[in-house]
Design a protein around this ligand. Sequence first.
Ligand code: GLN
Length: 380
Amino acid sequence: MHLHSKLPNIGTTIFTVMSGLATKTGAINLGQGFPDFPMDPDLVELVAKAMRDGYNQYAPMPGHPPLLETLSGKIELLYKLAVHPLSEITITPGGTYAIYTALSTILQPGDEVIVFEPAYDSYIPNILMNGAVPVAVPLEYPSYKIDWKKAHKAKTAKTKVIVLNSPHNPTGAVLSEDDIEELRRLVYDTNIFIVSDEVYEHIILDGIPHCSILRYPDLFERSFVCFSLGKVFNCTGWKLGYCVAPETLTKEFRKFHQFDAFSCFTPTQVALASFLKEPSHYLSMPDFMQKKRDFFQELMSATRFNALPTHGSYFQIYSYKDISDEPDSEFAKTLVAQCGVAAIPVSAFYQSGKDDKVLRFCFAKKSETIVSAVEKLSKV
Ligand code: GLN
């Protein structure tokens, strides 16, 4: 049998590669982004209760209605936008799926998509799967801010989508009000859609407000805004997210969703419908994560790694220029082998493999994990 690959140049995701290596060698895994501390036991109990109460059959295709209602209330509270719960929010099996479905909903073969690099690793394959063309625009090193002049240069008559991600994976950069103004200029008077990946909306640090696209009604009208509940509640294995988009866009999105997943795991939706009603459950996240990031940074300051500025996400990036000349993918393997710590090489987030000698470390870990990992890293 011969299968003509639709993704001939795509290998196995770096997260699988580095987690596999960490498991095989027993290294501390600061690579793939997931917490190693327990999630809230009250939420676990609510899921168990939902199962005991018989919520074990298909949820409605768009999502469990009380959860849609609660999410709409949360959006109103945080971003002052009234979104219709039943026609503008769709529950998805994770944020990645929401992004893929949004891109599939919009793209026709040959369309161009502006993507800023380094880019979360699913975006470009998702664009290629739709026969569309990724147009990569590099973020400025080392601030990883958007150079809007370059973004304007990348815009053509074929540009159909711009993908945004704030807080940004892998760099932790965040969008500012100035960026939003520039974005407005870029899309004004065009038919360019926005796919906004905001899975780290509650992991934004240093007191910075989250410039969600949901804050700007004029931008929201052309947007699919994607979230991950696994990220908000430290349960990445739940693979539960949602997409917020205006009604006409949501209608098209659901045409795909109804034949891809149809609906998502019911008990977690039932549990979250009540758990999310208490804003402190998510408003406490920035403080909680800030303590972890600051603790990690403080310990790491005694090593030879140099921290680059980050303001959000699960990740802190470090330059290792003063330590080694090895390419980052090699250096990441050396670290696992010689030091017993796994990290992610940032070149994996560039199509070209651009290598600025930067590694990404996940700090969403127990204090003991952070202490042991940094102890090992200090020997480098
Ligand atoms: N988002 C996580 C990260 O960036 C990993 C998700 C995945 O493994 N696909 O590390």
